[in-house]
Design a protein around this ligand. Sequence first.
Ligand code: IMO
Ligand code: MG
Length: 426
Amino acid sequence: MTACTSVVGLQWGDEAKGKIVDLLTPDHDLVVRYNGGPNAGHTVVCDGQSFKLSLIPTGILRPNVQAVVANGVVVYPPKFLEEGAGLRAKGIKVGNNLILSDQAHVIFPYHLEEESLREKAQGQSIGTTGRGIGPCYQEKVGRHLAIRVGELLDPDHLRRRLREIVPIKNRLLRGLSAETRSFDADSLSEEYAALGQQLRPHVADTVRLLHEAYARGRRILFEGAQGTLLDVDHGTFPFVTSSSSSTTGIWSGSGFPARRLTRIVGVIKAYSTRVGQGPFPTELHDAVGEHIRQTGKEYGTVTGRPRRCGWFDAVAVRHAVMVSGADELAIMLLDVLSDLDEIRICTAYQYEGCRTEHFPPFAHQLERCKPIYETLPGWKCDISGCRSLEQLPAAARTYLERIQTLLGLPIRIVSIGPDREQTIFC
Ligand code: IMO
Ligand code: MG
């Protein structure tokens, strides 16, 4: 069977998926982004050089790999082009190896404005990345005001569409705030038609491309953005992103039948982090939380915001394993815990006086869950040079075994540093 792999986050994003995608890419011919947009921040370190990718699939860094941005992604054209140019400047080939779906939806400046006004105006801020993700996906499911990449390639059509859309958006924005910027349809259509011409060499029907590649025996890797707990249906709603960021997004977000996946790698951090608002039962507000933040450099790749840090939450991740159908685990940033005297794992919650091992579907319920911890001894030594499980201290192995047991899945990859070499394959 042709290898079709999914790499998916099992927490609230930032699980270091980029490193795993990069490590698995040599066994694949295509790397496909199917959800999210410039809210993602995937970092890959190779030969001491660090690459930060947001819209472009991590596969672009490897020669002879096709990087595909499929229909489920929302694209901000200036960012897409800027990222491509940045990669070229670092000596990476960005040409016909980068394909963008003509059906992906386009983020316009009025989406950024709308998001900024909504985040300020509403009582309940989500703490988004401010990249226009929510408003663009809203337009997609709302249908009337949406524009897809393929429409940028026809300037007359684009002008007609924007002359219909922009006055409506201006009225909606004024309804949100009198302080809003106002947009001009004709100058936007000129600007976006020009961007469309720059995108043109990359634009294709990626559904057909994926199916033709599969028929020729090409191996496909799906690079999930965000994480399962940020999935619009299965995450901690409404404190989620606006796309299907679990594996459920693969089928709709790429048109490739997810039943052909042969391997689903769930990526977890050895602890938990989240950015923005939303419930986080194991969050640490103490010196240990700060230690994890500093040691793990837990600051957002996209926005620079300090990430909230806490202990590993097996209840939340078990839910994510179930939804995303993970069949193996990659555990990341284990080295960040090396200085701690003891390490905790949340194995259940206390909710309204009862113990539960189930992840509640409502954010206000999760808000009231108190973690029940198991405490394990720390290993208190540098593990970043270890290259096999045997080289890891016994306490670190015990921690990994406990996580495997709690999640009912094998750990196949352990990461003990950002570099490609700092990896243990089990
Ligand atoms: P990667 O791919 C971590 C979070 C935001 C916010 C919520 C909604 O790097 O793992 P959005 O801008 O998507 O509407 O914000 O989702 N968020 C992420 N957190 N990693 C990400 O991506 C994220 N993308 C969005 O912080 O809480
Ligand atoms: Mg991120």
